[in-house]
Design a protein around this ligand. Structure first.
Ligand SMILES: [Zn+2]
Ligand SMILES: [Zn+2]
Length: 135
């Protein structure tokens, strides 16, 4: 029995199903992921030898491959949400954790490229937290 996971973009145009298992889950703090996400880090799950099927909106999926690197990112052309990418070099589907509608089945394996991490996200323990938008 193969595990199946479903996901979608923010506008709902693109939907996908992944058949397989996640071996690792990396929070990547590199400068490319900072640009690509607009935030401190990407959060990507890696599923080796798995099968990705677009259930809807395949024509709206775009993939940006950064020159002279293995960095690639797929996204919805309508809403810009991050979507899974097949990484040929490691025969794995790379799945952005936030794109999953199914529960994320594993916890992060590691933070990587923290040496180039944004300085503002290093000491967040003392930052106030609110369950909802504060009044
Ligand atoms: Zn979308
Ligand atoms: Zn990165």
């Amino acid at each position: 029995m193969v595990n199946k996971y479903r996901g979608s973009c923010l506008c709902g145009r693109v939907k996908y199903e992944l058949s397989g298992d996640f071996q690792s889950f990396f929070l990547c703090y590199c400068t490319r992921c900072q640009k690509g996400t607009g935030s401190a880090h990407a959060a990507n799950l890696f599923a080796k030898a798995s099968t990705l099927v677009w259930l809807n909106g395949e024509n709206d999926v775009r993939t940006y491959e950064h020159p002279n690197s293995l960095h690639a990112k797929s996204f919805c052309s309508k809403c810009g949400s991050a979507l899974p990418t097949f990484a040929e070099s490691i025969n794995s589907v790379v799945v952005p954790a936030g794109s999953l509608d199914s529960p994320v089945p594993i916890t992060p394996t590691a933070k990587i490229f923290t040496g180039s991490g944004a300085k503002w996200c290093l000491n967040l323990d003392d930052v106030p937290s609110y369950e909802k938008l504060p009044e």
